[in-house]
Design a protein around this ligand. Sequence first.
Ligand SMILES: O=C(O)CCC(=O)C(=O)O
Ligand SMILES: [Fe+2]
Length: 326
Amino acid sequence: MSTDPKQEWDALLAANRTAEALAVLEQQARTGNAPACFRLAGLYLIGAVVPRDLPLAREFLRRAVRIGHVDAALLDVALTANGTGGPASWPTARALLDQAARSDPVAAAQRNLLAEMDLTVDGRPVRRRLSMALAKTPRILRFERLFTPAECAHVARTATDLLEPAMIVDPVTGRDAVNPIRTSDAAVIGPAREDLVIRALNHRIAAISGTETDQGEALTVLRYRPGQQYRQHLDTIGQTRNQRVLTVIVYLNDGFTGGETVFAKAGLTIRPRAGDAILFANTTANGMPDPTAQHAGLPVAQGAKWIATRWIRARAFDPWIGPEAA
Ligand SMILES: O=C(O)CCC(=O)C(=O)O
Ligand SMILES: [Fe+2]
């Protein structure tokens, strides 16, 4: 076995020798090894090889931060703001970010983006946004310049290393599967990736949709390259107790051709423009899927189309358990 403890615990984890890996990690954590604390935090956060324990994850994370682990500090900021393993506190998260920004350029860049936003002490938008009605049935609104160019770039950058061929829920097996309906690449910005900029943008999306932030599924970035598309579909889910009632799509870039969003039944074609958002209702007044809300992302002809989608559920849910639980 290697004498490098990091290699040792990685090798043990890879070999499914979980108990031994944990013993090494815990022993290293006791001696003040920051990577060991960070790794333990990750294991308790993911909950794959050990049962998920969010408060314990936070404890190991804070230990790593105290020893000076930069990535731990950023993760701690995100989890403080969204209330993972402890109470949510935007002011505390802001203070932690300012502290991290003194030595970490990534944190400083996030702080600078936040400084451009007009936010309440809870990180919510101060200003109301005006919309244009594009259709009545289904209800479709357009918000011009919901995100600034720098915000669009931040969302795309956050997603870049997470992009994978898009999955959709297979109606037969109920499992995620690659499906020709959607041929783009997708990245889910889950609660561990929800930095304060993303969090503030999720609050902004909640504000324009008149919903609670906790009703939104993780912000999902889609990237379509030439020929890729999202064929006609409804965003609603067949069997669910917590339906996707609204969708917000933010267009993140210009510089491509094709890729219009089309609502065939409403006779509406939307030409994407960077920073603009559309909001539409997926259900009828009685909460059932609205067939008129069918829509498609047409194939991109040239360049790449980037969007961020937030599917919004009828009720708030815990992002670590998912919208289908309870
Ligand atoms: O790419 C588009 O224009 C449509 C995307 C879409 O339908 C979705 O994200 O649910
Ligand atoms: Fe959709």
